[in-house]
Structures are given as structure tokens and as C-alpha cells.
Design a binder for this molecule. Structure first.
Ligand SMILES: O=CC(=O)O
Length: 329
């Protein structure tokens, strides 16, 4: 009999058929009766964004693997999964360059006010010469402060350094000698980075240590001309403090791909600010990359359920215990 797996979010064309070759596939949205009905007998879950915590795991006694179709895995309680011997996987690497393109695009759009000027043209406001009320600020040659110098952070910094001759400062849990050598990136403590950067770009993962790491105090340290970019997770930023910093002129502008609550509600004060550029969490959202991510997640699922080590295993402790106890087959 085929093993049952559940897909809980949209997959690119062809991916479901690929899974159906090997598994009994149930497709159901979290919270739906179909999802709850299939959960107890599912050996694998595949999708993105589902909060997998002990309450969900209590209802999923057959589960052996959670295959997350994203690089970030703050939606997974890894300790709880590990304690229960359940594999957790993600899709790093395949989205690095695409996400860096999007975040650097957001940075340029914010500095040069591209969404605002697009509206200006389409609304028919361009009726004569433009004046300095529509001017933006330069990107090239400025100082970029990267908070979080993982693979995506480095790919953003690479674009800045080699495409725009920017000076790179960075703050990270650990020093990154390879980025220092390749990008002339200079390590700074957080306060110095905030004080010295023209662009502050947040690319750190969401962990208990990074939640709300940027708030009133941190905006207060930035230059008044600073542009703040968030390409990581909304929970890292105190959004009330960000609104205050943008309305009071404490900083110049912000470009945001992520929000505390997603989708952000239309009445959120950030959305009424002309100096905030908002995207709907689209860092990795190209057809090519979303397909690569789905393929990698499927490979993780297949290998995990056939006793092999999935290529992007997060909790390798589970694999180790499985080898010694052989408790999975
Ligand atoms: O935010 C997107 C991801 O973590 O893949």
C-alpha cells in the first residue's frame, strides 16, 4: 500500500503528479475538515507556512517528515519535531540568487521611489517638468549595512558591491571571513552598523534572539537619511516603531517584503505612508525558483520516507537516532 502524504499549499504544475507516482496524496488546506481528517494517517506533510507545533503533532501520530517549501523554518517547532523523531527539511540554496534579486530590487525601488512614480505617471500627474519633490536618493557608492550575512545576505551584498560599488558593513552571529575577503565587508557591532549605514538591510533568520531586534532604539540610531529594508521576517521589527520612524522623519524610507501579520491588513498604517514600499513576501517568487523549491521539497520528502538522509535535513539528530534504533520502517 502506498504511504499517505498531505500537500497543504499550492504546488507548481506537475509536482502533484510526481508525488502521486509514489504516494497516496491528499491535498487539503490547513484548518479544513479534509486536512483534519487526513492528518492522523499522513506520514509526510509538504507545503509552506503551516505552524507545526505540539498541538498539531498531537493530532499527527503517523508523521515522519515535514517538508517545508521555504528556506526559513520559523513556522516549525524543531525541538518538538526532534523529540518526536520527525524529520524536518527546508529548501535553502535554490532560492538564494532569486531572493537577492528581489531584495536588491526593493532597495532600488525604495531609494528611487519607483512604485510612487509609476502611480504618478499612470494617474496622469506627469503634466510638465518634474521637480525635486519627486527626486530619490543615490544607491551607488553608498554604505550598505547587512544585518544577517547568511547566503542570501551575502548575495545581496555581492550585488551591492560589484554592481553598485557600495561599501559593505555587516553584523552577524558569527564572523564571515569569506564575505570579508570577497566583498571587502567589514564587521560591525549592531549599534555602529546602524549609525554608519545609508541602507540598513535586514536578512537575519527569525529566532527567539532576533524577534523585535529592530525597534525604537535601533531606528533612533540610524541616520535621518537611512533607508531600511526588511527581507527576512516581519517579527524581527517593531512595526509601531517603524511607522513612527517613517512618519516623524527619523528615517527616510523603508522597503518591506515581510510583515508581522501576513497578509498585512489594508488598514495597517504602514500602507498609507508614501515613504514605505510594500511587497507581498515575494523574495523567492519566480516561476523557475518556485519550481526548484517544490522539486527539492519533493526530493526531501521522498528520500526521508525511504530511509535516506534528505538533502536539506534541518534536524540531523533525528537521522542519527533513526540509524541506531531503526524505528522508522
Ligand atoms: O521567506 C521565504 C523563505 O523562507 O523561503
Amino acid at each position: 500500500m502506498k504511504k499517505q502524504v498531505m500537500i497543504y499549499s499550492a504546488m507548481p504544475d506537475g509536482c502533484v503528479a510526481e508525488l502521486e507516482k509514489q504516494f497516496e496524496v491528499v491535498t487539503a488546506a490547513p484548518g479544513s475538515p479534509e486536512f483534519e481528517q487526513a492528518l492522523p494517517s499522513s506520514l509526510g506533510l509538504i507545503g509552506s507556512g503551516l505552524v507545526v507545533d505540539s498541538a498539531l503533532l498531537d493530532r499527527a501520530p503517523s508523521l515522519r517528515i515535514v517538508s517545508n517549501i521555504s528556506a526559513g523554518y520559523d513556522n516549525l517547532d524543531i525541538d518538538e519535531l526532534t523529540n518526536r523523531g520527525i524529520l524536518a527539511t527546508n529548501t535553502p540554496d535554490v532560492l538564494t540568487e532569486t531572493t537577492a534579486d528581489a531584495i536588491f530590487g526593493l532597495l532600488i525601488s525604495t531609494a528611487r521611489r519607483i512604485p510612487e512614480l509609476d502611480r504618478y505617471v499612470k494617474e496622469g500627474s506627469w503634466t510638465g517638468k518634474i521637480d525635486n519633490s519627486l527626486f530619490g536618493v543615490d544607491v551607488h557608492g553608498k554604505t550598505l549595512g547587512m544585518i544577517g550575512m547568511g547566503k542570501i545576505g551575502q548575495a545581496v551584498a555581492e550585488r551591492a558591491r560589484f554592481g553598485f560599488r557600495m561599501e559593505i558593513l555587516y553584523h552577524n552571529r558569527t564572523r564571515k571571513p569569506e564575505a570579508e575577503a570577497k566583498l571587502d565587508a567589514v564587521y560591525r557591532d549592531l549599534e555602529d552598523l546602524l549609525r554608519q549605514s545609508d541602507f540598513v538591510c535586514l536578512m537575519a533568520p527569525q529566532t527567539p534572539e532576533t524577534i523585535r531586534m529592530i525597534g525604537e532604539r535601533e531606528f533612533g540610531l540610524m541616520k535621518e537619511s537611512a533607508i531600511f529594508i526588511n527581507g527576512s521576517r516581519g517579527a524581527l521589527v517593531d512595526e509601531n516603531a517603524l511607522v513612527e520612524a517613517l512618519t516623524s522623519g527619523r528615517i527616510l524610507a523603508a522597503g518591506l517584503d515581510v510583515f508581522e501579520k501576513e497578509p498585512i491588513g489594508i488598514s495597517h498604517p504602514l500602507l498609507s505612508l508614501p515613504n514605505a514600499v510594500a511587497l507581498p513576501h515575494i523574495g523567492s517568487a519566480t516561476s523557475e525558483t518556485r519550481l526548484e523549491m517544490a522539486r527539492l521539497a519533493i526530493q526531501n520528502l521522498i528520500e526521508g520516507l525511504s530511509g535516506k538522509t534528505p538533502p536539506s535535513l534541518i534536524n540531523s539528530e533525528v537521522k542519527a537516532s533513526r540509524n541506531t534504533t531503526n524505528s522508522y520502517e
